[in-house]
Design a protein around this ligand. Structure first.
Ligand code: IMP
Ligand code: MG
Length: 212
């Protein structure tokens, strides 16, 4: 839904669930909260290409398996995999989500484990965002049990100021401040994953810096 004038909306319309309203080129409203464009699809794509090239060089002669963390990582993973020039495989695991909260619950549960056997394999865990780091710590501990030949992490975003546990992030797209973001696979209460760009909660936008 494209709106020429946001003021014509009733509060009830603005609170509409499971819908995002595109106000203009720069703003979306999800569950009554305004988000502003932060990282464009062009920026995301060129950085993803760089990471893909780096992985291709680092894993030359090997056949890494990318393990995507559902749901958020599926779009980044799809683009990253297509930018990798060597043989690679893919599998997925799923963790419990934030629900409709903007702050990490800190409680991690696995809802679906990988199907592949990773013993002796070169594994790259692919995430949309590392926030507190608790999910990644949990994933790495679980995968390490199967004794992969190597275990690395590629994450599109890293909220470095929010990270509570020390996890090694081998490939990081962008280091961002501790702000809530949506789009390009990332959701707010399951909404907004299909936005091509990444948006940031408006009240936080002014202070935001995206640093590589
Ligand atoms: P962590 O365990 O606190 O590092 O949380 C990581 C997970 O929380 C990510 O895989 C995301 O699914 C979700 N998450 C963290 N920050 C955001 C955000 O700003 N927007 C959307 N999802 C987020
Ligand atoms: Mg996630």
């Amino acid at each position: 839904m494209t709106l020429s004038n946001l003021d014509t909306l009733s509060p009830a319309q603005i609170r509409m669930e499971a819908t995002f309203l595109v106000h203009d080129e720069q703003t979306v409203i999800i569950r009554g909260e305004r988000f502003r464009k932060y990282l464009t699809s062009e920026t995301l794509n060129s950085r993803t290409l760089e990471i893909g090239q780096q992985i291709s060089a680092d894993y030359e002669g090997k056949k890494p398996i990318l393990i995507g963390v559902l749901n958020g990582a599926f779009i980044f993973l799809a683009d990253l995999m297509r930018s990798i020039q060597i043989d690679c495989e893919v599998d997925f695991l799923k963790l419990s989500s934030y629900g409709a909260q903007k702050i990490s619950s800190g409680e991690v549960k696995e809802l679906k484990h990988i199907d592949a056997t990773i013993t002796g394999r070169h594994v790259i865990v692919v995430e949309d965002i590392v926030d507190t780091g608790l999910s990644m710590e949990f994933i790495l501990a679980k995968l390490a049990v199967d004794k992969p030949a190597s275990l690395k992490v590629a994450t599109l975003l890293h909220k470095f100021e929010a990270t509570k546990v020390d996890v090694q992030l081998d490939y990081v797209g962008f280091r961002i401040k501790n702000h809530f973001v949506v789009g390009y696979g990332l959701d707010y209460g399951q909404v907004g994953r299909n936005l091509a760009d990444i948006y940031i909660l408006e009240e936080q936008h002014g202070e935001a810096t995206g640093v590589k």
